[in-house]
Design a protein around this ligand. Structure first.
Ligand code: SAM
Length: 342
């Protein structure tokens, strides 16, 4: 069957699929989860590796989706993750797709808190993982513990180092910035990335925390983040973000690049090529979507690929022009970040 693009009502071609493999996490980051009281999905509701592979195959082979990112919760707490990575790494973008990766394996990436990477990064790489993004919001042990509710800074730093040695095509660091919490470390984190030769991507705090304490004045804007870094390490913009979520800057002294994901102050929805699959097989066309499409039940009721494709296309037909953060009609999604898959 010939591949054809999956295009939403605003003309955006879908190329990127984020798959959450679990809603569970070994951290309890304050901007994401409560300290206690999360109700985990029962195992029977979570997609099996075979179900994930089947759905991923439809996205790649029918529609030329060329990038898959595994996330969670914390994806590395799912048992046997390398087995899933090996299955997905086999997927090849159809040669007749308009994707720049046509005829080549998909771009397979992972977002992780890094705490267990020293144990598993080599196995993940051998299974076919290409890229990894590791979350690191503070370099100060006490503050790291306050933010993640876990005293795991050393293990995360060791995980970052292991990832940089593993020979992946890209390692990046994600740092959520929350005013009054870790905005005093913007420069330290940027300097850390420069030293390591790793791009740090600062993320504006989004209203997706389970405890609902997000407020606009806790957001540190992209402009402010860039200004603070450039005051010490002069920067110039890297042109053409394309569909990637981060705006990027180059250090003028040649010591790499830094990025900011300005979801709140400069939404990039106009270029969004992403869709998401939750751990329990619900298909979402936006991080902030308030409706989901149940691919798991369809799959388990014996639907063939044509029936799955009909539902996928129906869902993509509802993709919004953009989220409405900071507007009066903004409605927080029912599920928080760790339950959706960031
Ligand atoms: N556990 C993995 C990790 O820590 O990277 C993957 C899942 S986590 C939900 C994915 C990303 O979402 C992380 O970079 C995390 O910092 C970010 N995140 C979580 N809650 C957020 C929020 N309220 N605003 C902005 N980013 C958030």
């Amino acid at each position: 069957m010939a591949a054809r693009d999956l295009i939403d009502p605003f003309g955006r071609t879908i190329r990127d699929l984020r798959i959450s493999v679990t809603d569970r996490c070994n951290f309890r980051c304050t901007y994401c989860m409560p300290a206690e009281g999360m109700t985990w999905l029962p195992k029977s509701e979570i997609l099996t590796f075979e179900e994930i592979e089947r759905l991923a195959r439809v996205f790649v082979e029918r529609y030329g989706v060329d990038g898959i990112r595994l996330t969670g919760g914390e994806p590395t707490v799912r048992a046997h993750l390398p087995v899933l990575v090996a299955k997905l790494a086999q997927l090849v973008v159809p040669t007749d797709s308009a994707s720049p990766l046509a005829g080549r394996p998909i771009d397979l990436a992972l977002t992780t808190n890094g705490a267990t990477l020293t144990n598993c990064i080599d196995e993940l790489r051998d299974a076919g993982l290409k890229r990894v993004n590791i979350s690191l919001d503070s370099l100060d042990r006490a503050k790291f513990e306050r933010m993640t509710r876990r005293d795991e800074l050393d293990r995360v730093l060791a995980g970052i180092e292991a990832a940089t040695r593993a020979g992946l095509s890209s390692v990046k660091i994600n740092a959520v910035v929350e005013r009054g919490v870790n905005d005093d470390e913007i420069l330290d984190l940027a300097t850390f990335g420069r030293r390591l030769g790793v791009e740090v991507r600062f993320i504006e705090f989004m209203p997706l925390d389970a405890e609902g304490h997000w407020m606009n004045d806790k957001v540190v804007s992209q402009d402010e983040i860039v200004e603070r870094i450039a005051a010490v390490h002069p920067l110039e913009p890297v042109p053409a973000r394309g569909a990637a979520p981060a705006d990027r800057w180059r250090y003028l002294d040649g010591r790499g690049t830094v990025g900011v994901i300005p979801s709140v102050t400069k939404p990039f929805c106009g270029d969004c090529d992403r869709v998401r699959l939750t751990a329990d097989g619900q298909f979402r066309t936006c991080l902030f979507a308030t409706s989901e499409f149940d691919l798991r039940d369809l799959l388990r009721s014996g639907a063939d690929d044509d029936a799955l494709a009909v539902e996928i296309e129906r869902a993509v037909g509802t993709k919004w022009a953009g989220h409405q953060i900071n507007q009066v009609n903004f409605v927080r999604p029912r599920r928080s970040m760790s339950q959706i898959g960031g």
